[in-house]
Design a protein around this ligand. Sequence first.
Ligand code: E4P
Length: 215
Amino acid sequence: MKMFIDTANVDHIREANDLGVICGVTTNPSLIAKEGRDFVEVVKEITTIVDGPISAEVISLDHEGMVKEARELVKIHKNIVIKIPMTLEGLKAVKILSAEGIKTNVTLIFSAAQALMAARAGATYVSPFLGRVDDIGSVGMTLIEEIVDIFDIHGIETEIIAASIRNPLHVIDAARAGCHIATIPYNVLIQMAKHPLTDIGIERFLKDWETVPKK
Ligand code: E4P
């Protein structure tokens, strides 16, 4: 399973990229708003850090508006993927954009039926939001498993991005379910690399090293 970072913070993106573990970035209007910077400027900067798919979301609700925004956004860089909300208008936009060779990531997916619709409309990626499903007391991972099964059975090439990740277990469960990609917040990425026994191990090695006779 590939790993993307889910943020618009360029310092975090740079740090994650230096770790060598991420190959893409997803942003959304809320993540952009947190940065307090111009949208296009931020996205442009991200393209200079990561050489992989970078999702930038449209905010129009009608398909004509979405397509218009998408055509502008793809001018920023060849790696831009257009994030489109999972609505009927969104599907129309995906159909048009996919015919133009523009990559799309259909976001706010909360059911397998929505994922299938998005894939058939021509989406490059679908983003089921597993954490938000957990938040309302359902099991987000079931949604991922269902989509993986359906896409496998029918040879659907659209890639599944496990989104709304809240903890390392979400990432591991998504990987075991056969999800193609997880888009991971910076703090979860850092948590994934840590283990208390690793820290204790290093401490013990260094302590023992002090007892090694030195010439
Ligand atoms: C997906 O691409 C979204 O940016 C993201 O995962 C949303 O997650 P949230 O539920 O933490 O806002």
